[in-house]
Design a protein around this ligand. Sequence first.
Ligand code: NDP
Ligand code: GUE
Length: 369
Amino acid sequence: MASSILSDCSSARLLPLRRALLPQRLPRIRPCPALASPRRLLAAARPQLLPRPPRMDSVPAAAASSAESVTVSADASAKVIDGKLVAKQVREEIAVEVSRMKDAIGIVPGLAVILVGSRKDSQTYVRNKKKACEAVGIKSYEVNLPEDSSEEEVIKHIASFNSDPSVHGILVQLPLPRHMNDENILNAVSIEKDVDGFHPLNIGRLAMQGRDPFFVPCTPKGCMELLHRYGVEIKGKRAVVIGRSNIVGMPAALLLQKANATVSIVHSQTKNPEEITRQADIVIAAVGVANLVRGNWIKSGAAIIDVGINPVDDPESPRGYRLVGDVCYEEASKVAGAITPVPGGVGPMTIAMLLSNTLESAKRIHKFK
Ligand SMILES: NC(=O)C1=CN([C@@H]2O[C@H](COP(=O)(O)OP(=O)(O)OC[C@H]3O[C@@H](n4cnc5c(N)ncnc54)[C@H](OP(=O)(O)O)[C@@H]3O)[C@@H](O)[C@H]2O)C=CC1
Ligand SMILES: Nc1nc(=O)c2c([nH]1)NC[C@@H]1CN(c3ccc(C(=O)N[C@@H](CCC(=O)O)C(=O)O)cc3)C=[N+]21
């Protein structure tokens, strides 16, 4: 039966994004037996009475009350942290600010995106970023370079955007082709325009006490924004970040630490990851392994932020696959206090934070308050 394919994570097959274009036998997904279809569960778990998350600048107190107003479904005990909803609200706030800035000083924020190669997933992300820019009034500039471009060519475009006054943010879509050195390319982006927050100087400032980066990387910033807007207390809490990549896990751990959590990082060489994760009040999972985090890894009532975006075979879906997170949603939502779905959790927030960083950059460059 078609629905049984969806009702049991163990029968789905993993389709890694990075290898999405290669014809190959797909590895089996980690077993995560579900009691309900993920689709049905997700629909049921969505709050009926959507909370109106508070404005970005009025975070903790108001957020707590909005989180309390989330309707808990009969299927799952956890509150759904609705990234799609929060991202929409953030975009609305940004649109207001973009138009206020344009009216006051005649400046429109600009975002330049450089895409090298023709990976389907990267093309989709870039297209979505462009659409999101247009919707809030940010001007977008796009450069598409062939897969076999040289590092020098990419750096030449970065240099030209660095000195273009109509561009306030520059993003080089990752992953880059294998023959390129990410570091050389990311180092070329002016730190004042590094809206991804990937420049080593931005990361360094993020790691230091008493210093602030020009930009906080979008995905970890989106995770923190969700925790704040849903009133999740961070100070003094135990947090576990699973994954330590430069773009998600490591900066997420730094941000949690800055917010006064006691942070542990779990990675591929960690022994007993379940035991460590079970101690956490807050879990951020950024691994890239579908359903790695099972229900029994989770402390009752914990807040779970699932960053993972893992395509798994789904003949029922028009695309032939669907996306699942690093956390077994069906199990986790019965134990956790709050949880982000995939899709509709961190992903939309990443794009919203990119817009937010671009606006912030334009405001800083033009000294607009
Ligand atoms: N929602 C969003 O907006 C975004 C989602 N993503 C998604 O987030 C996930 C992670 O992305 P990214 O950080 O770039 O991935 P990377 O592959 O760069 O890093 C993965 C991390 O997970 C660790 N890891 C791998 N296997 C295990 C394991 N079995 N147990 C514990 N840790 C493990 C690795 O450890 P080690 O360091 O030891 O190798 C590494 O630190 C992916 O699914 C990606 O698609 C990424 C960016 C944005
Ligand atoms: N320089 C750079 N900066 C990035 O921020 C960056 C990058 N490169 N390379 C790739 C990763 C991945 N990433 C995502 C953004 C949005 C969604 C997103 O919106 N996801 C939707 C689903 C989209 C769908 O259905 O396909 C969701 O989770 O609801 C996911 C992943 C940004 N990344």
